[in-house]
Design a protein around this ligand. Structure first.
Ligand code: XIL
Length: 368
């Protein structure tokens, strides 16, 4: 293996093996249950799998599918210039292959997290980098990446751009046609990977979600009409239970998207727990209940093919590093300095009620 374990890691691994075997006996079947329901299951992960042996074991045991949280993003591959650094991506992809985890790469194109050198380019040069990045990246990993989020988060109506598109370097260089262009290039560079259009917020029934849903459906329809190879549509599913939502209506919306000729994927599932009480048992119960309410109708949608969590454990919660989490908690009367518990394993890698909820939802879906 490219990364031999240090003695300390090996020892830690051995010590935790007994404990984690008990956990795994209880948990390893989730992906199998999901598979019986026709759904590939897994989680996002990244470089922490190399420094945290117990977590590495958990990811290997739980995931048959997965996504690299960051290491294939433009700003992580090319932080200082167009010369890529593939070191981490290569190691992570090797790790996934060793453990039979089918990986989704996210994202070839995203109008966010653009490095300064990219923002400083002329539109013409940015368009060149756009084409080159897709061909180079999708081409290099062809055969090793099962699916690509070709475009992430196309819409952001608040930006005031025509068509509701998210502004950013790529949109500003190419206009709304950037999406079609990205898919055509990705298809040419990797004829076998599943090509996905990934979007956020669609499960919300607030002004934001209801604005985005028809925009996304329209985009899928126009790509299909143009003969573009678009295999799947991804829905992030960072659930915000404090916002208006109707997950049955969302499931109907998914059926409509499937009717346009795309498979369906829940790509970044977790629960924003900022509105839930500080008390851990109650908070954990509410996170679990939110997952149940979401998954029950969604797993009944026939063309749903994968569910990927946005991290397995609270230990690596991205909500713990976003600047707005403390404010959101305080707004709902909670302690600003508390830590998010948005995921299905706790900080000690013990399964939480959310894990049981997930498993039960897949069990019910098996007989759908
Ligand atoms: C987030 C990662 O979790 C963070 O570590 C990173 O700093 C920023 O990106 N929607 C997406 C994901 O599409 O790529 C984001 O991931 C979370 C929101």
């Amino acid at each position: 293996m490219a990364n031999p374990l240090t003695r300390r890691e090996a020892l830690l691994g051995a010590l935790t093996l007994a404990a984690s075997q008990a956990v795994r006996a209880e948990t390893a079947a989730v992906a199998a249950v999901a598979m019986d329901a026709g759904v590939q299951f897994g989680s996002a992960f990244d470089r922490e799998v190399f420094s945290d042996a117990p977590y590495r074991a958990l990811i290997a045991a739980e995931c048959r599918a997965g996504a690299l949280e960051n290491s294939l993003k433009f700003d992580w591959l090319k932080p200082r210039g167009s010369k890529p650094d593939y070191t981490h991506a290569d190691r992570l992809i090797d790790f996934a292959q060793t453990h039979g985890i089918a990986l989704r790469g996210t994202a070839l194109i995203w109008n966010d997290w653009e490095p300064d050198w990219l923002k400083a380019l002329s539109r013409r040069d940015a368009a060149y980098v756009f084409d080159q990045h897709i061909s180079e990246t999708a081409g290099r990993f062809a055969g090793r990446i099962a699916a690509w989020d070709v475009v992430n988060e196309p819409f952001f109506p608040l930006h005031g751009r025509p068509g509701g598109f998210r502004k950013g370097v790529w949109f500003d260089a190419l206009g709304a046609t950037y999406v079609e262009r990205a898919f055509r290039r990705a298809a040419a560079a990797d004829p076998k990977a599943l090509l996905i259009l990934n979007e956020a917020f669609c499960e919300q029934n607030d002004a934001w979600g209801t604005a985005i849903r028809p925009l996304l459906a329209g985009l899928v329809r126009s790509l299909k009409d143009a003969g573009v190879r678009l295999d799947g549509v991804g829905f992030q599913g960072h659930l915000k239970p404090h916002l208006p939502h109707d997950y049955s209506a969302f499931a109907d919306y998914l059926r409509g998207i499937a009717g346009l000729g795309a498979t369906l994927h829940i790509t970044e599932l977790d629960v924003d727990d900022s509105s839930f009480p500080d008390a851990i048992p109650e908070r954990d119960a509410r996170v679990a209940e939110t997952l149940t309410r979401f998954l029950d109708p969604v797993l009944r949608v026939a063309r749903l093919r994968s569910v990927t969590l946005w991290h397995l454990s609270d230990r690596y919660s991205w909500y713990r590093s976003v600047p707005w989490y403390g404010d959101a908690v305080a707004k709902h009367g909670g302690r600003r300095d508390r830590k998010a518990r948005s995921h299905v394993f706790d900080d000690q890698l013990r399964p939480k009620p959310a894990w049981a909820a997930l498993r039960t939802a897949f069990e019910k879906a098996r007989v759908r």
